[in-house]
Design a protein around this ligand. Structure first.
Ligand SMILES: Nc1ncnc2c1ncn2[C@@H]1O[C@H](COP(=O)(O)OP(=O)(O)O)[C@@H](O)[C@H]1O
Ligand SMILES: [Mg+2]
Length: 583
């Protein structure tokens, strides 16, 4: 990784450095950010060993594959920067990339798991997107079918809509910056926040950046807004469907064509694609940014909204939800297990919920993949967060919980005046019942709190990572409940015991070893899962009476349990997952 020093290719832009940390706060909790940003004595090498395998190369040099050590199993991607002797504006560039990327919390944005900084180096450790660049897949396939192209563009638009809803503009959307999670699936995620910027709605940006082939006309005129990302999305859809670049020739020639919006309609290619896809491309590669579709409008365009979803889990198009809001909510593709898990999560203390959200950053891609579609479905506006209002309606209209009781669940979930559930919080909720927990998850979370590598935790560690979202008094109470020793130190076992100990994570009895799972088979595992969900929500059922109990009890053997649940139970049993599996 030392190679990161001096390997940078040209970066032909100067930096603006007005990232507003305030705006980013709406994106995710500060605690999830502090717990992932490590400074000395923490070192990258303690947690990861970086290999010489190059995953890809961009403006900033190579990105290397790394293996996680200790409690961070699996493969990661490491992007390194040398901080020595670099200009101030470049440092500001980096700081912006790190801040924005750290705050990103969405199923279609690659996860920045850890950041390490010392006086000379900065390393970004990301989940490894093993499926490679969308660019490579297009090179191999030449063109995508209409169905595959629409599915890919839909995923990208979800990421872009999330960014824009939170005032972030990416400014470098292109095939190389969307990666596939695995070779054998088509789950796409956005990377590379090197040119990203937090913007204010009414201000125009001036800096010219991005890659010429994807750059919007107004960027060339140096007066643009977040709409520039939608032009780039138009270029991406164009290439996927037609298999060639919309503009060619010298840079000067390309710039002229872009400014006039004259993309190449080669025959017979152009006429061969569907009229809907032609209308989609024209609506995005529209020179006037005010007439160009926004990300939200693009998600409602019939080419996306009415795309063929066969072979994929059905996700209700937002146009459908808006057309018939009452009916659409009642047929959302969300099951009792998911909603039951959210209700159970609402029951856990604020402190445990915070710890669980931090733990969610240690989940593997496989663990997340079990539940992420449900997150998108519950985010009925496709904004990248589940609004509590949306959840309240789902509880009432789909699961027929009475309004007062639905309100109780929602109120308990509203941590520190926020009105939505972020992806990591959703994952944290799923951890209680739908994702298998093991020692690694606890160990990684403990070490995120242990910023000084002491091997124990104190009030100070919690205050540092939890920031101002918890008062000193609250933290003192928790530390007391964790049974700190006379010096106020909490050992790992005490921390874990506390986290497991409130019913929400009370799965001690359910710890399964391989043999137990083998003996019970998938049905036994499913049964265990139902029992656990029931016990995890008993407290809420007490508060909320029969309605919630009914939601939970509707998860009957072979009945309410979805095909996916059965499959997951089987996979879990097949994989003989070790440790305290809940499935
Ligand atoms: N998380 C990741 N997993 C796998 N490959 C990655 C990952 N991040 C980056 N890469 C590879 O490295 C290339 C360069 O990374 P990127 O973040 O785009 O850097 P740059 O700012 O230099 O363009 C990408 O195009 C991709 O091929
Ligand atoms: Mg890049």
């Amino acid at each position: 990784m030392g190679g990161a020093c001096g390997t940078s290719k040209k970066k032909n832009v100067s930096a603006e450095s007005n990232t507003s940390t305030e705006s980013l706060k709406s994106l995710s909790h500060s605690l999830a950010i502090t717990g992932r940003y490590h400074r000395p004595p923490k070192k990258l090498e303690e947690d990861y060993s970086v290999t010489s395998t190059v995953l890809g190369t961009g403006y900033n040099g190579s990105v290397f594959q790394a293996k996680g050590k200790k409690d961070r199993p699996g493969t990661y991607a490491v992007k390194g920067f040398c901080l020595q002797g670099i200009e101030a504006n470049k440092k500001a560039d980096l700081r912006r990339e790190v801040e924005i990327f750290l705050a990103m919390d969405h199923p279609h944005v690659a996860r920045l798991v850890d950041v390490y900084e010392d006086a000379t180096q900065l390393y970004l450790v990301m989940e490894c997107m093993e499926g490679g660049e969308l660019f490579e897949r297009v090179q191999k396939l030449k063109t995508f079918s209409e169905k595959d192209a629409a599915h890919a563009v839909w995923q990208m638009l979800l990421a872009v809509n999330y960014l824009h809803r939170h005032d972030v503009v990416h400014r470098d959307l292109k095939l190389e910056n969307f990666l596939f999670e695995r070779q054998d699936n088509d789950h796409l995620k956005l990377i590379d926040f090197g040119f990203s910027k937090v913007y204010e709605a009414d201000t125009k940006m001036e800096l010219s950046c991005g890659t010429l082939a994807y750059v919007a006309p107004e960027v060339l005129f140096q007066s643009y807004t977040s709409q520039c990302d939608l032009w780039s999305m138009g270029v991406i859809a164009f290439i996927l469907l037609l298999g060639y670049m919309p503009f060619s020739g010298t840079d000067e020639k390309q710039k002229n064509l872009i400014m006039q919006g004259q993309y190449k309609k080669k025959q017979p290619h152009w006429d061969r694609i569907s009229s809907l896809s032609r209308s989609f491309i024209s609506a995005l590669m529209e020179v006037d940014p005010l007439k160009r579709l926004t990300a939200e409008q693009a998600l409602k365009h019939p080419w996306i909204a009415k795309r063929d979803q066969s072979g994929h889990r059905y996700v209700t198009p937002i146009g459908e939800i808006e057309k018939d809001p009452n009916h659409a909510i009642s047929v959302l593709n969300v099951d009792e297990m998911t909603v039951g898990a959210l209700c159970a999560f609402a029951q856990a203390s604020r402190f445990r919920r915070a710890c669980m959200s931090l733990m969610a950053w240690s989940l593997t891609p496989q663990e997340r993949s079990q539940v992420r579609d449900a997150f998108i479905e519950l985010d009925t506006h496709r904004e990248g967060t589940i609004s509590l209002e949306e959840l309240r309606r789902v509880l009432m209209e789909k699961f027929e919980l009475d309004p007062h009781r639905s309100e109780q669940v929602v109120e308990s979930l509203a941590v520190t005046n926020r009105d939505c559930i972020h992806y990591s919080e959703f994952l944290a909720a799923m951890v209680s019942t739908r994702i298998s927990l093991n020692e690694n998850h606890f160990a990684a979370t403990f070490r995120r709190f242990d910023t000084e590598n002491k091997g124990f935790l104190t009030n100070k560690d919690f205050s540092l990572v939890l920031g101002d979202s918890f008062s000193n008094e609250e933290i003192n109470q928790v530390v007391e409940a964790m049974e700190a020793n006379a010096s106020g130190e909490i050992a790992y076992d005490q921390f874990v015991k506390y986290l497991k100990g409130d019913g929400h994570l009370d799965f001690e009895d359910a710890l399964t070893d391989d043999q137990a799972q083998d003996a019970e088979g998938s049905q036994g595992v499913a049964e265990r899962k139902r029992t656990l969900l029931k016990s995890a929500t008993d407290g809420l059922a007490d508060k909320n009476g029969d309605d919630l109990a009914r939601i939970i009890s509707s998860v009957q053997p072979g009945g309410g349990l979805s095909e996916k649940d059965r499959l997951l139970s089987k996979q879990s049993s097949d994989a003989k997952s070790r440790g305290c599996s809940l499935q």
